[in-house]
Design a protein around this ligand. Sequence first.
Ligand SMILES: Cc1cc2nc3c(=O)[nH]c(=O)nc-3n(C[C@H](O)[C@H](O)[C@H](O)COP(=O)(O)OP(=O)(O)OC[C@H]3O[C@@H](n4cnc5c(N)ncnc54)[C@H](O)[C@@H]3O)c2cc1C
Length: 1053
Amino acid sequence: MVLSMCIRQLCQASHLQGAWRAAFLKHIQCRRQGARRWTHSGGGTYRAVIFDMGGVLIPSPGRVAAEWEVQNQIPSGTILKALILGGDKGPWMTFMRGELTTEDFLQEFGRLCSEISETRVPVDSFFSLLTSEQVAKQFPVMTEAITQIRAKGLRTAVLSNNFYLPDGKSFLPLDRKQFDVVVESCLEGICKPDPRIYKLCLERLGLQPSESIFLDDLGLNVKAAASLGIRTIKVDDPETAVKELETLLGFTLRKVIPNTRPVRKTMEIPKDSLKKYLQDFLGTQTTGPMELLQFEHGQSNPTYYIRLANHQLVLRKKPPGTLLPSAHAVEREFRIMRALAKAGVPVPKVLDLCEDSRIVGTPFYLMEYCPGLVYKDPSLPGLEPSQRRAIYTAMNRVLCQIHSVDLKAAGLEDYGKPGDYIPRQVQTWIKQYRASETSTIPAMERLIEWLPLHLPRQQKTTVVHGDFRLDNLLFHPEKTEVLAVLDWELSTLGDPLADVAFSCLAHYLPSSFPILRGLSDCDVTQLGIPTAEEYSRMYCRHTGSPPIENWNFYLAFSFFRVAAILQGIYKRSLTGQASSATAEQSGKLTEFTSNLAWDFAVKEGFRLFKDMPATKPLMRSYHTWAGPQSRLHTPGTRSYVSIPEASPARASKGALVISPEGLCPPVRELYQRLKQFMERHVYPAEPELRSHQASSERWTPSPLVEELKEKAKTEGLWNLFLPLETDPEKKYGAGLTNVEYAHLCELMGMSLYAPEIFNCSAPDTGNMELLVRYGTEEQKARWLIPLLEGKARSCFAMTEPQVASSDATNIESSIREEEGFYVINGHKWWISGILDPRCQLCVFMGKTDPHAPRHQQQSVLLVPMDTPGIKILRPLTVYGLDDAPGGHGEVLFEQVHVPKENMILGPGRGFEIAQGRLGPGRIHHCMRLIGYSERALALMKARVKSRVAFGKPLVEQGTLLADIAQSRVEIEQARLLVLKAAHLMDVAGNKVGGRGASQVRRPEVVRESIDTDSSFPIRQTVETLGTLLQLYLGLFGQLFKTGKGRSFRYCHD
Ligand SMILES: Cc1cc2nc3c(=O)[nH]c(=O)nc-3n(C[C@H](O)[C@H](O)[C@H](O)COP(=O)(O)OP(=O)(O)OC[C@H]3O[C@@H](n4cnc5c(N)ncnc54)[C@H](O)[C@@H]3O)c2cc1C
């Protein structure tokens, strides 16, 4: 609602329109709202205009003769004298009355001319020129005037002294349809200034003399008309005559060139040098004044309308000043339009590229002005459904035509970089957006992550327009035919589907959307307009290409691009003239379009999820799933996981399953058994385990945990954590995907004791994965196997008190090489598990070369815990909880000698290893924390149902219900995020997924669930408090581990 209101208000913000154009580096050659028929009944009392032909509608014989004489070195004035000679009885007038054949006339006329000039005069050549198509062309100014006169409902006539041509037809090089009445002297046998021919004309018009205006270039003819009572105009220059006629008629006779205005002061160009250049370029026939207007838009490359004699041109130039080398490339526009015209694509005809800056100050090119219709409103008001469909079909066809141009034949192979258009575009628009970013827009952030991950795998390379929309097409006024495709500034070589999607933007925008009027609130089918899907199918059918399966990606990208452009406009509006209210509103448009873009990204995501099982590699085949009955080890084969071949078919690593019910049957069954195990063995053991942790025996592992571990192992609930990706052959782990494990891990997170019972607890899980990924066979045999079997435990030593250890490159502990050993010296803390008597291995991170590049200074060593020099200074506590028996130790490493073969991967690889280890580790924390949250919420619900205050159960207090609902919503959100991150790790790898994991609101949600619970007298209930307090403290352990600022803020609450 608010948004649509803003949009409506923005419709009035005309600056935006201009800004959009500027942003799109527009020039708009011809814009007309559509074919309009004037219904006005004319001005004043005049009802018709009568035109002479030669000298009024087309060049006069006298003028043509003057130029011809100069060119043929005939004494000046010869022809004119011969034309007049003999008056009414002379050869010219006789010829005009149709009394002489062309042959006889030329003979007689030639003789006369020779007598006058005393030289042989080739009158045939003059006659050919006079009647040639090149010369005998109607003045555009007159064509426009006639159109306007008729549009106002007035009648028109041509009253011409003309003659027969050699082929026996009369000479009338005009479109007869422009006139209601045509009177030709050679056909009538009478000619002007004979009054009879005027009367004949008036009679045919059915008008009185006073009701018409007559235009002629000969005074004699004008006089005769005037004497009959006709209003007359003596024509010396057609432009001036039209102005005079305008005054008499009282309305404009010039077609207003749409979207033009007088040239801005700052954009003026030297008229004289331009006119001279045009006269040279166009030839000698260019006489008369030059009209120069400027197109309103196109500030990027100033664009001008020029009318000079018969020519209507468009000049487009670079702006003045210092320019970036690739910007304002008018040469490129000229090149593409010329090449496309040759290839048959309708574009304005380019005439000349002038790189000489002396003419108008900067290089420019010229093209023909192309009058036509531009449909600005995509709903095409006033047209029939069939016409609308035809217009969209024509648009589609012309796009196919552009994309089918043979690059080699058109000489356009080097017009852009081949391939990778979309990746480059995505990066370009991300950069543009970042450069104009004013605040964080969540959808934009998501798109910036999403788009690069979903780039189309295959892209064709063709000419792309870059801004292909209905209103960039010029249509024939009467046919549904595209006359010209305009605005080529963003054209290049690229992926044609970007153009197809871009041309459908209107389908998804509301009609009130400023800048780009849309169709989303129209019933396009009823209007006859193809839907976007039909449009894209039409394109595919016509180009013979397969359906566009990632269509939604292209739409997401197109709207992202629009959002980035709008953000640029918004940023400029903040610093510019726009009122703060308007600027604020324009900011909303970015958000609106980015949300639209994200909608398409989501749709594309769903499509991918649906398609993935069939297309992704590493799909597990069903037959390898051993099933519960065959879960016994094959004799002689060593297995470290209680599920030898966990390979359910339907769950591929590509599937995002959002609830345990959606898991494939074998994993669902595993989930059920884990759940039962938790209910039967783990939850009931909690009070005893809690007591053990509080007792003086707490630094000795609880025998109950060891007992439950053995039970879990035999029940096949063991080492479930190792992801399929790390262990594709399922040599060591259960072969679950991260998504599958996420559901199981959440279940384990319901109890703080559970992860260890299933051999799925940190830091062993990370260390085991590290050994599987990077360990040598010897290292695996020595350390990995005992860990997988649950016979040993391990720790990971990275964090140091003296440096900010969230950045692993800060680590200072040294690892020096000395006589076949590595010698370690360093101070570490928060080393979880190091106090556990079962801890046999310390995975140690230190610096081998402080002078190497920043990320190659670190190395990882496997340090046996019984190596001399390891001194545990103290166990650390989190809010008083020491996490016995593993604890979190502060430790000194002094001259600790480690065999060289204990190095993992090699010197300098430590950072890389730590990153690899952290990905799954982080997400496992997240998965468990969702379980924590569920447990806390369950406790809360139980409690509010059981207690009564002020006469009713707590649960009936409205605010408590709201709190519960809030917690539920937040847990669900967090779970979806965790699952998405796990999914990304499955399909895009640990790095990308890890990034997703780091965005998960993991600790906050849990804290909020627990906080909600503990904000009322619950703290007084010892039994519940025990679990909650543990959850709370466990949570703070996690908060500190993540090392994020927000987490610390909560600690101080
Ligand atoms: C219970 C517990 C167990 C632990 N177990 C181990 C273990 O087994 N092995 C081990 O080596 N370490 C362990 N740690 C240490 C833990 O890895 C570090 O505390 C963590 O990496 C942060 O490092 P730091 O304490 O040096 O904090 P610092 O790096 O000094 O500071 C962290 C702070 O920096 C800022 N910060 C850093 N990065 C970002 C970011 N990306 N975004 C926003 N803000 C950021 C935040 O304000 C954050 O709070 C454990 C910690 C705890 C609490």
